[in-house]
Design a protein around this ligand. Structure first.
Ligand code: AHR
Length: 502
């Protein structure tokens, strides 16, 4: 008989990391696979609205309370002509889409996407093409979207039926420009220069916007973190955020090692934060660059199937990862990592939102359903609003192939001062044992336990389908709260949401 494993946690309301910017619960829709066509847009679907958008998908996105959605790419944006996607649909050209080697029909473009975002109560984070294009296309696009009227591009928008400007606030200066796969890939110096000059022109059109510069595509890039340092050295005064992208997978079927991978994400955030602050010091600047983790998720299940896809078809089923239970656990841990960096990570986008490495899946003209990763994402987005509190955590640890001293327990706490609620998110990564948690929450006087939500499954490989939700949360977690001490049983391999309220 093994000894019961124990962890302790102190959550003190005065020990703040920082306000959680709700935009860390953002997501991403790229013109890729069936994200747009068959995903959010399917005019022949029985639940399509007057614009062809699927109402069933809109409702699922609303459940996630996604505050901001990045668009239109991704790799796709690096060879995209935004002008192809505006104006009468019958005049829009079909194009070869080079990033994913498909046919882009341009039935959906900037205006339709802005309309869709309003329907799901989200802001748009718009990316400009700094691969094949540059300053001119970007300044014209922002004149089209944000200028009130009286000029060529703003009047063109009005002639397309959009009298009022869209006021898009957040703009990405290209996408993953460090990656050799990118159309128009650039060295850090080349990219820094074009980001600086494009950003300058865009802010001349609309000084109220904020700009995200590309950082590294992942921690494994040979130019990481020098790319960030060089780009920021050139464009520091122009940009407001630096982007981070990271995907993980369990290719060797080593769950213990896989579930530890948010430690790499944590290290990534620390390194980029230090790089930003080094350039800040070098420039004697008062401005602090914030982090936009605008692509993060699990991505590996679909890699082999994607190699078989015929090029030059419209909206093929690309990057359709079917997520299992262990993926939901890692996603939960990644959300915890983002929350524990709430002072510097001010935006983040789960990549992506529908069909393409996504929490929501659909059939063309058919059903829609929640993947396993939907649940931790929804819980964090709905309950994780407020101030992030430093978790003073003591947890048993393990070593895995790539990591040492991995805490079995990951935890983040969010205190919502307005609603007087405290939510504690926890993952138990132990593959065989439950762990008992004792949490000191005495600083939350007169709080009582609302619920303990648990996502658990005996089968790490369990998946959800259109027919069956094998992985879904229940509300029967074992917790008690007495005299400011919370005792909870965290079952083996589980995602837990413990909610307290005054
Ligand atoms: O999200 C899928 C792809 O991953 C994006 O297009 C690209 O930016 C990243 O490499």
């Amino acid at each position: 008989m093994t000894q019961q494993l124990k962890a302790t946690l102190t959550v003190d309301k005065n020990n703040k990391i920082g306000k959680v910017n709700e935009r860390i619960y953002g997501s991403f829709i790229e013109h890729l696979g069936r994200a747009v066509y068959g995903g959010i847009y399917d005019p022949e679907h029985p639940e399509a609205d007057e614009q062809g958008f699927r109402k069933d998908v809109i409702n699922l996105v609303k459940e996630l309370q996604v505050p901001i959605v990045r668009y239109p790419g991704g790799n796709m944006v690096s060879a995209y002509n935004w002008e192809d996607g505006v104006g009468p649909k019958e005049n829009r050209p079909k194009r070869l889409e080079l990033a994913w080697r498909t046919i882009e029909t341009n039935e959906v473009g900037t205006n339709e996407f802005v309309d869709w975002a309003k329907k799901v109560n989200a802001e748009v984070m718009m990316a400009v093409n700094l691969g094949t294009r540059g300053i001119d296309a970007a300044r014209n696009l922002i004149e089209y979207t944000n200028h009130p009227g009286g000029t060529y591009w703003s009047e063109l928008r009005k002639s397309h039926g959009y009298e009022q400007p869209h006021h898009i606030k957040t703009w990405c200066l290209g996408n993953e420009m460090d990656g050799p796969w990118q159309v128009g890939h650039k060295t850090a110096y080349e990219y820094g220069r074009i980001a600086q000059e494009t950003g300058k022109a865009m802010k001349l059109v609309d000084p109220s916007i904020e700009l995200v510069a590309c950082g590294s595509s992942n921690t494994g890039m040979p130019t990481f973190p020098e790319y960030e340092a060089t780009v920021l050295d050139i464009a520091y005064d122009q940009v407001d955020y630096i982007s981070l992208h990271q995907y993980y997978g369990n290719r060797t079927n080593d769950p213990a090692n896989y579930l530890a991978k948010n430690m790499d994400m944590d290290h990534f955030i620390h390194t980029v934060t230090s790089t930003c602050d080094y350039i800040k010091a070098k420039h004697r600047s008062k401005k602090t660059i914030m982090l936009s983790f605008d692509e993060w998720n699990v991505w590996y299940h679909s890699n082999e199937a994607d190699k078989e896809i015929e090029p030059w078809t419209v909206a093929p089923p690309q990057l359709e990862d079917v997520y299992n239970f262990e993926d939901a656990l890692l996603v939960g841990s990644m959300l915890i990592t983002l929350l524990n960096h709430a002072d510097r990570v001010k935006m983040a986008c789960m990549a992506q939102l529908v069909n393409v490495i996504a929490p929501i899946m659909t059939e063309n003209k058919g059903r829609s359903w929640k993947q396993t990763i939907f649940y931790p994402y929804m819980h964090a987005s709905v309950f994780g609003r407020g101030v992030a509190i430093h978790p003073i955590l003591s947890s048993p640890k393990y070593d895995s192939k790539d990591f040492t001293d991995v805490p079995f327990i990951d935890s983040a706490s969010v205190y919502n001062e307005e609603t007087e609620e405290l939510t504690i998110f926890l993952v138990n990564k132990h593959l065989e044992e439950s762990i008992t948690l004792q949490a000191d929450v005495r600083s939350f006087e007169d709080y009582s336990l609302v619920e303990h939500i648990v996502l658990e499954n005996d089968d790490l490989k369990a998946i959800n389908t259109a027919n069956e939700q094998k992985v879904a949360p229940h509300h029967n977690g074992e917790s008690t709260l007495q005299d400011g001490v919370l005792d909870a049983r965290l079952s083996k391999t589980s995602w837990n949401v413990i909610r307290l309220k005054k």
